[in-house]
Design a binder for this molecule. Structure first.
Ligand SMILES: Cc1cc2nc3c(=O)[nH]c(=O)nc-3n(C[C@H](O)[C@H](O)[C@H](O)COP(=O)(O)OP(=O)(O)OC[C@H]3O[C@@H](n4cnc5c(N)ncnc54)[C@H](O)[C@@H]3O)c2cc1C
Ligand SMILES: NC(=O)c1ccc[n+]([C@@H]2O[C@H](COP(=O)([O-])OP(=O)(O)OC[C@H]3O[C@@H](n4cnc5c(N)ncnc54)[C@H](OP(=O)(O)O)[C@@H]3O)[C@@H](O)[C@H]2O)c1
Ligand SMILES: Cc1cc2nc3c(=O)[nH]c(=O)nc-3n(C[C@H](O)[C@H](O)[C@H](O)COP(=O)(O)O)c2cc1C
Length: 760
C-alpha cells in the first residue's frame, strides 16, 4: 500500500482519500494477520492437555518463590553486615533499594546489572536485609547507591525504615561517622504528594551531615509525569561517574545495551527436575495463601462504576493469618488471558512454545539481580511475573525501537521517542506493551499479499524485556471486616479502575481495567456464575444485595490456582472447571490505622469512595460489641460519593445498624447529585466530605477535645489532603482544631501531629 503512494501525485482531496483508504487496508491487513493468530491462541488453550507430574510447578506464581519470608528465615547477623558482602564477594558498588511497590527495586537492579555488564562488580540489595550501623565500616574505595521511593507523607518505604533509623543514630553521635563514604541517591516520588521525594532528600541530608560525599546529582523521578521520568538520563550520567571512581575488574558480559546478560534455553518437555525455590514453597515456608472466595457482592448500581465486596475464607490458615481491624490485605494479581495472547501473537509464539519448559541462566555467576532465574515457562512469566499491562517506560519503547521488525515500525517508535510529549500521550492513553507493538506494526508495509505470515518480533527482545519490565506487585486493600465478627473470613471493598481507551489497535479492548481491580472484578463475576449455578450466594453481613453481575465485563483470567494440573489460558468459564478455582493469592500486612483500643472513645471517620473500606470493619465491630452488651463510643461517619443511587457504598448496612443502635451517625456528601436523581436532586449542589466537615466542625472539635475523640481519614490523596488541611487550618487559625487525626490517603498512613494525639 505505501509503495503505491510514491508513484502517484494526487491533489490534496485525492491524497486524503487515498491515505484513508491506505490506513483502512493497513488496518484490515493487520487485523487479518493478527486476528487468526490471536484467536487460535485463545481457542487452542481451551483444550486441556496432559503433562508430566510436577510440570505444573513451572507455572507457580513468583510470590511462591520469593514469598514473604518469616522472621526466622531472615539472614543471619553476619550476612546482614554489608561489609561482608563487599569483601567476600569482591563487590565495589552496592545499589540498595528502598521500595514499597517494586519500581525502585526494578531501577536498582537495572543499574546494578548494567554496571556489572560493563565490568564493574556491582550488585543490587534490599535495604531490609542489612543492619545499617555497619555502614560506618564500609571501605572508602567502595560506592553505595540508594534508589528509594517515598511513602506515607514523606516517609520511608517499609524496607528502608532501618536505614532511616541508623542514619539518624549516626547523626545523634555527631562524630562524622560516615566521613568520606561515597554514595549516590535516586528518588522515586509523585509530585501530587505534598512531601515530593522527601525520603530521598532526607537520606541525602542525613548522609551529608554524617560526613558522606555524594557522587553526582540527586536524581528524581516524578511518576505522575512518566513511570521512568528522569531515570534514563540520570542513569547514563551516574554510570559514567561511578566508572570514573571504581575499576572495571570483571570482563564485560554484553557488547551493547541491546544485549541481555541472561540466556533462555529450552528444556525437554518431561524434565522431572523441579525448581528448588518452588520446593521450598512446597514446604509451606511462605506466608502467601491461596484463599477461596466465600462471598462476593456488587455494591454499586449496575452500569455505573463498579465497586465490589469480596470475602475470602481464611479458616484453613490458622494462626498464620490472624488479622486486626484496619489491617491491609495484599492481593497478588495476574495478567489477563487476552493481554498474554496479544503479546504471544506478536512474538509468534504458538501455545506449545508458550507452555514449553525453559531454563533462565545469568551469564555471570554473581548476577543476582535478574528476575526468575531457573526453570519456568514463557506462559508463567507472562501471566504471573511481568507487568505487561503497566505504564510504558521510555526504556521499553527504546528497546522496541531497536528490535522493531520493519522500517516503518522503527520509524513509528523513533518518532515517539523524539518527543517526550508523544511518549507521555501514549502512556496517558493506557496503551500496553502489546498495544504499542501492534500500533507500530499497523504503520508497517503489509506482508506479501496473499501470504498469511504475520510480522513478528525477534525472540532476542524477550530476555531484555525480562530484565526491564516491572515485576507484578501485590496491591493492598484495607480489610473491611472485623475479626470479632468474622474470625474465619476476611473481606475487602474494591473500586474497579476502568479507563476508556481511544488509541486502540485492532486487537486492543476499548476499556482498560486496572491490573488488580480488573482481576478481582473477574473473580467476582466468576464467583457469581458459579454460585448462581450452584444456587448459593447469601448476602454476607456488611454487603448490599444488588444485581450480582454488572457491566463492564472484566477480561478473562485463568483463575485456577497455579498448582492445578492443566494451567491453560482460559475462557470466561475457565474458573468454573473445578472446585476451588475461585481463589486468590493473598497475604496479610499489618497496619497502624486501627480503631482506638478503647471502644468507648468517640470516632469521626472521613471517607470518600472505596476509602470507606476500613470503616466498615470499625463500625461493624462496634455494632457487634454493642450486640454483646458492651459500651461503645459515638461514631460519626462522613462519606462522600457521587450520588445516593449510584455508589452509596454500604448505605443499607448503615441503615440496619442505625435501626438497632444509637452510636452511629452518617453524614453524606454527594458530588454528582443530579446524575441519577430526579429534578429536585438535579438542583442540589456538588458537595465533598470536607464541605460537610466544615459545616459541622464546631461539633467535631468538641467531640475530639472534650470527649477525647479521634479523627480518621481514608480515601484518595486529593481528598485526604484537603480534609487534613481543613483540620490543620482549624488548629493553626486559632479556630477549632480536631485534636488527633489519622490519615489513610491512598494507603499512606500519617499521624497528624496535633495536640492531644495519642497513638495506639
Ligand atoms: C494501603 C493501601 C490500601 C488500599 N486500600 C484500598 C481499598 O480498600 N479499596 C480499593 O479499591 N483500593 C485500595 N487501595 C488502592 C489499590 O491498592 C490499588 O492501587 C487499586 O485497586 C488500583 O490497582 P489496579 O491494579 O487495579 O490498577 P493499576 O493497573 O495498578 O493502575 C494504577 C494506576 O496506573 C495507571 N496505569 C496502569 N497501567 C497503565 C498503562 N498501561 N498506561 C498508563 N497508565 C496505566 C492507571 O490508570 C492507574 O492510575 C489501597 C492502596 C493502598 C496503598
Ligand atoms: N487504606 C487506604 O489507604 C485506602 C483504602 C481504600 C481506598 N483508598 C483509596 O481511596 C481512593 C478512592 O477512590 P474511588 O475511586 O473509590 O473514589 P474517588 O474517585 O475518590 O471518588 C469518591 C468521591 O470522592 C469525590 N472526590 C473527588 N475528588 C475529591 C476531593 N479532592 N476531595 C473530596 N472528595 C473528592 C468524588 O467526586 P467527583 O469524582 O464527582 O468529583 C466522589 O464523590 C482510591 O484512590 C483508593 O486507592 C485508600
Ligand atoms: C500511599 C502512598 C503514599 C505516597 N506518598 C508519597 C509522598 O509522600 N511523596 C512522594 O513523592 N511520593 C509518594 N508516593 C508515590 C510513590 O513514591 C511512587 O508511586 C513511587 O513510584 C513508588 O515507588 P516504589 O514502587 O519503588 O515503591 C506515595 C504513593 C503511595 C501509594
Amino acid at each position: 500500500m505505501s509503495a503505491l503512494l510514491s508513484d502517484f501525485t494526487p491533489d490534496s482531496h485525492d491524497r486524503d482519500l487515498l491515505l484513508t483508504a491506505t490506513r483502512y487496508w493497513d488496518d484490515v491487513l493487520a487485523l487479518a494477520v493478527l486476528t487468526p493468530v490471536f484467536w487460535s491462541l485463545c481457542s487452542y488453550f481451551l483444550l486441556p492437555k496432559k503433562h508430566e507430574p510436577g510440570y505444573d510447578l513451572l507455572f507457580a506464581s513468583p510470590q511462591r518463590q520469593d514469598g514473604l519470608l518469616s522472621e526466622k528465615e531472615k539472614t543471619s547477623e553476619d550476612a546482614r553486615d554489608i561489609n561482608r558482602k563487599l569483601n567476600d564477594a569482591a563487590t565495589d558498588v552496592v545499589v540498595f533499594w528502598g521500595s514499597q511497590s517494586g519500581r525502585a527495586a526494578q531501577f536498582a537492579r537495572q543499574l546494578a546489572r548494567e554496571l556489572h555488564s560493563n565490568g564493574i562488580a556491582a550488585t543490587a540489595e534490599d535495604l531490609d536485609l542489612y543492619d545499617h550501623e555497619h555502614l560506618a565500616q564500609v571501605s572508602r574505595d567502595k560506592v553505595l547507591g540508594f534508589v528509594v521511593s517515598t511513602f506515607g507523607e514523606g516517609d520511608p518505604p517499609d524496607n528502608a525504615a532501618g536505614l532511616w533509623d541508623a542514619l539518624r543514630e549516626f547523626n545523634k553521635s555527631k562524630t562524622d561517622a560516615l566521613s568520606g563514604l561515597r554514595y549516590f541517591v535516586f528518588g522515586l516520588g509523585d509530585s501530587k504528594y505534598e512531601q515530593y521525594n522527601q525520603f530521598a532528600l532526607n537520606i541525602d541530608q542525613q548522609l551529608q551531615e554524617a560526613g558522606a560525599q555524594r557522587v553526582g546529582d540527586l536524581g528524581k523521578c516524578d511518576v505522575s509525569k512518566a513511570a521512568d521520568d528522569g531515570w534514563m538520563d540520570w542513569k547514563e550520567t551516574i554510570m559514567q561517574q561511578v566508572s570514573d571512581l571504581v575499576p572495571a575488574r570483571l570482563p564485560k558480559t554484553v557488547a551493547s545495551l541491546y544485549e541481555a546478560d541472561i540466556d533462555i534455553t529450552d528444556l525437554p518437555q518431561d524434565d522431572p527436575a523441579l525448581p528448588p525455590a518452588l520446593l521450598a514453597a512446597e514446604l509451606g515456608r511462605t506466608k502467601v495463601h491461596t484463599a477461596p472466595v466465600s462471598s462476593s457482592r456488587l455494591l454499586s448500581a449496575p452500569g455505573s462504576r463498579a465497586y465490589i465486596h469480596l470475602e475470602f475464607d481464611i479458616s484453613a490458615f490458622g494462626p498464620d493469618f490472624t488479622y486486626s481491624t484496619g489491617d491491609h490485605l495484599a492481593v497478588w494479581p495476574m495478567n489477563s488471558d487476552q493481554e498474554i495472547s496479544r503479546l504471544a501473537a506478536l512474538f509468534g509464539w504458538s501455545p506449545t512454545v508458550l507452555a514449553a519448559p525453559i531454563n533462565i541462566t545469568a551469564r555471570s555467576s554473581t548476577d543476582t539481580t535478574t528476575l526468575a532465574l531457573g526453570q519456568t515457562t514463557r506462559l508463567s512469566l507472562l501471566r504471573h511475573h511481568l507487568d505487561i499491562a503497566g505504564p510504558l517506560t521510555v526504556q521499553t519503547v527504546r528497546l522496541l525501537a531497536h528490535f522493531a521488525p520493519t522500517p516503518e515500525s522503527k520509524t513509528y517508535l523513533n518518532t515517539l521517542l523524539a518527543s517526550s510529549t508523544q511518549v507521555a500521550d501514549l502512556t496517558s492513553s493506557h496503551t500496553t506493551l502489546a498495544g504499542v507493538m501492534a500500533l507500530s506494526l499497523s504503520s508497517s508495509s503489509d506482508p506479501t499479499p496473499g501470504t498469511s505470515t504475520p510480522i513478528t518480533w525477534s525472540n532476542a527482545l524477550f530476555p531484555l524485556l525480562l530484565q526491564t519490565l516491572q515485576r507484578i506487585q501485590p496491591r493492598y486493600f484495607s480489610i473491611s471486616s472485623s475479626p470479632l465478627c468474622s474470625p474465619d473470613k476476611v473481606s475487602i471493598t474494591v473500586g474497579v479502575l476502568t479507563v476508556p481507551v481511544s488509541n486502540t489497535d485492532s486487537t486492543q479492548p476499548t476499556t482498560f481495567f486496572g491490573l488488580a481491580s480488573g482481576y478481582l472484578l473477574s473473580l467476582h463475576q466468576t464467583f457469581q456464575t458459579q454460585v448462581q449455578g450452584h444456587g448459593h450466594g447469601h448476602p454476607s453481613p456488611g454487603t448490599t444485595s444488588r444485581s450480582p453481575v454488572s457491566p463492564p465485563t472484566a477480561p478473562t483470567y485463568t483463575l485456577s490456582p497455579p498448582r492445578t494440573p492443566t494451567p491453560t489460558l482460559g475462557s470466561p468459564n475457565a474458573a468454573s472447571h473445578g472446585e476451588g478455582s475461585c481463589t486468590a493469592q493473598i497475604s496479610l500486612r499489618p497496619s497502624s490505622f486501627r480503631p482506638p483500643t478503647d471502644p468507648t472513645v468517640p470516632v469521626v471517620l472521613v471517607a470518600a469512595g472505596s476509602g470507606v473500606a476500613p470503616f466498615l470493619g470499625f463500625i461493624t465491630e462496634r455494632a457487634e460489641l454493642r450486640r454483646r452488651g458492651g459500651k461503645v463510643g459515638r461514631c460519626l461517619l462522613f462519606f462522600g460519593c457521587r450520588n445516593p443511587t449510584e455508589d452509596f457504598l454500604y448505605g443499607e448496612t448503615w441503615e440496619q445498624i442505625r435501626s438497632e443502635h444509637d452510636f452511629l451517625e452518617v453524614e453524606t456528601a454527594f458530588s454528582r447529585p443530579g446524575e441519577q436523581g430526579g429534578e429536585e436532586e438535579g438542583k442540589k449542589e456538588k458537595m465533598y466530605v470536607q464541605d460537610k466537615l466544615e459545616e459541622r466542625k464546631g461539633e467535631v472539635a468538641r467531640l475530639v477535645k472534650e470527649e477525647g475523640g479521634r479523627v480518621y481519614i481514608c480515601g484518595g490523596v486529593a481528598m485526604a489532603r484537603a480534609v487534613k488541611e481543613g483540620v490543620v487550618g482549624g488548629v493553626e487559625g486559632g479556630g477549632e482544631g480536631f485534636g488527633g487525626c489519622l490519615v489513610n490517603g491512598d494507603g499512606g498512613l500519617v499521624l497528624g501531629g496535633f495536640d492531644g494525639f495519642d497513638d495506639d
